[in-house]
Design a protein around this ligand. Structure first.
Ligand SMILES: Cc1cc2nc3c(=O)[nH]c(=O)nc-3n(C[C@H](O)[C@H](O)[C@H](O)COP(=O)(O)OP(=O)(O)OC[C@H]3O[C@@H](n4cnc5c(N)ncnc54)[C@H](O)[C@@H]3O)c2cc1C
Length: 456
């Protein structure tokens, strides 16, 4: 079990680190340890219709396994420095974009070639947004879709499996510094290498905190994003989504001067419940397959909160709000915008009488009892602002699901190589707090692989 490089985690970060190492240094001995299953064994009983709600599988096939948290995602690869992470702060803006474009090329060469690349360059929506106090962020978006995303992962695995040693269902328990490198320990025993790349994503966040604590690697707290998922008839947003697929739009509220932003737009998609460590929050999916498309579009409206002194646990704050919504609604709460504005809860009959057919069976309720006033006021202001560029957004029947929470890992102190204070120990992807998207996480893997390959 002696290798040249050990990678912990087979999400996009770990996969692209392994891919680039194998390309740059054929014959290099790389081991990837992944606590989840191999791709073909990843099955969620909810998605297969066997159970109605989460039964807490260990490992969770949505968040873990080959492909990481992104395996069953919509596969939106955003090529931009405006959102999705702060990789550019470490490698520079040009380099970050170059890395993301390289990832896009690899994805296209492995099954994504027929998919569309959307761009905000030259769009008239930029001006329309500005005229209505909204800012459209610049990005190119490769939309692989859930189905093609899976094909790309399968092809990448098929290409890598002979060059890289993959160990699935092998959770690394600890990382030790040893003479000349690192030893990782798990059920299988131990493995050693002079270089170790940690890429454990969001699901490995508390483990990452323990490792940083044990090895005395400095960290700092990150933000949490809170808000709702909006669902409306797709025709209302078709002009935007047909041209851009996903418009990342930011609004600065008049009342508090807070930023509210759209996130994860799913044209003709569905709203889904997501279970993270027993807390049920809301998310969205869409599909390339025409047969799976719905008449609705959904997207999140989020506000960022960052806590420092004396309370630093931004994620703990987000978890408490999500727990409150779970306590009141038994899971996700849904409310008509008109009911929220009139200060009343939604009921089953009010939802049924509306024109928007919910794609998620959530509990009709009152989101004003869950979300802090400042956040909710910002979301309402933004819905009216969006109504000016997409008339109908502020209709009474628009559905709001809550709560949507985006948790971020704490930021690990890293240098421009994404290397910790210990030579040869790298932390990449969402687990580092530097990235929070498919393209940034993948790009960070390529970057670190090139650093290691140049030293070999
Ligand atoms: C439902 C959903 C939809 C999404 N949609 C999009 C999208 O469309 N576009 C976008 O940009 N982003 C999307 N994201 C976010 C995106 O998936 C992540 O940003 C990305 O996967 C991060 O990659 P990563 O490699 O850093 O971590 P992950 O993908 O989380 O992979 C980390 C891997 O490490 C493994 N691991 C953890 N701890 C250990 C350990 N101790 N030992 C061994 N293995 C371990 C985990 O099992 C996991 O497989 C979505 C996320 C979800 C959950």
């Amino acid at each position: 079990m002696d290798y040249d490089v050990i990678i912990i985690g087979a999400g996009p970060g770990g996969i692209f680190a392994a891919y680039e190492l194998a390309k740059q240094r054929p014959g290099i001995r790389v081991a990837v340890f992944e606590s989840g299953h191999a791709l073909e064994r990843r099955r969620c009983p909810i998605a297969e219709g066997k159970v109605a709600s989460c039964i807490g599988c260990k490992p969770c096939s949505i968040m873990s396994g080959f492909g990481g948290a992104g395996a069953f995602s919509d596969g939106k690869y955003n090529i931009t420095n405006d959102f999705g992470g702060t990789l550019y702060e470490y490698v520079g803006k040009e380099k970050a974009l170059e890395l993301m474009r390289y990832v896009d090329r690899i994805n296209c060469e492995h099954g994504g070639e027929g998919t569309r690349l959307y761009t905000t360059a030259g769009t008239s929506f930029k001006k329309i947004c500005m005229q209505n106090k909204l800012q459209l962020l610049d990005a190119e978006v490769r939309h692989l879709g859930t189905d093609i995303n899976y094909v790309v992962l399968q092809n990448l695995y098929d290409e890598l499996k002979d060059a890289v040693s993959f160990f699935f269902d092998e959770r690394i328990e600890s990382v030790e510094r040893i003479e000349g490198g690192y030893r990782v320990n798990g059920r299988f025993g131990s493995a050693t290498a002079p270089a170790c790349v940690v890429s454990v994503g969001r699901s490995g966040s508390s483990w990452m905190e323990d490792v940083c604590h044990e090895l005395d690697i400095p960290t700092r707290s990150n933000r949490v994003d809170l808000g709702v998922r909006v669902e409306l008839p797709s025709v209302i947003f078709d002009d935007i989504t047909d041209e851009l697929y996903e418009g990342k739009i930011v609004y600065r509220t008049e009342k508090f001067e807070d930023n509210v932003r759209t996130f994860c737009m799913n044209p003709h998609g569905i709203v889904v419940a997501e279970n993270t460590n027993g807390i049920v929050t809301v998310n969205g999916h869409s599909f390339e397959d025409e047969g799976k498309k719905t008449d609705n579009t959904n997207f999140a409206l989020l506000v960022s909160k960052h806590f420092s002194i004396p309370f630093e646990d931004s994620n703990g704050y987000g978890e408490s709000i999500a727990r409150l919504s779970n306590m009141l609604g038994g899971g996700v709460i849904v409310q008509r915008f008109g009911d929220l504005e009139r200060g009343r809860r939604s009921t089953k009959s009010r939802i049924e009488e509306g024109v928007v057919r919910p794609t998620l069976a959530a509990t009709p309720g009152d989101l004003s009892l869950v979300l802090p006033k400042r956040i909710l006021d910002g979301i309402i202001e933004m819905i009216y602002a969006l109504d000016k560029i997409a008339p109908g957004t502020a209709n009474d029947d628009t559905l709001l699901y809550g709560v949507e929470v985006k948790f971020y890992n704490m930021e690990v102190e890293l240098d421009g190589n994404l290397e910790t204070c210990y030579k040869g120990l790298f932390v990449i992807g969402d687990g580092s707090g530097v990235t929070h998207s498919l393209s940034h996480a993948s790009a960070s893997g390529v970057h670190v692989a090139r650093v290691i390959a140049a030293r070999a």
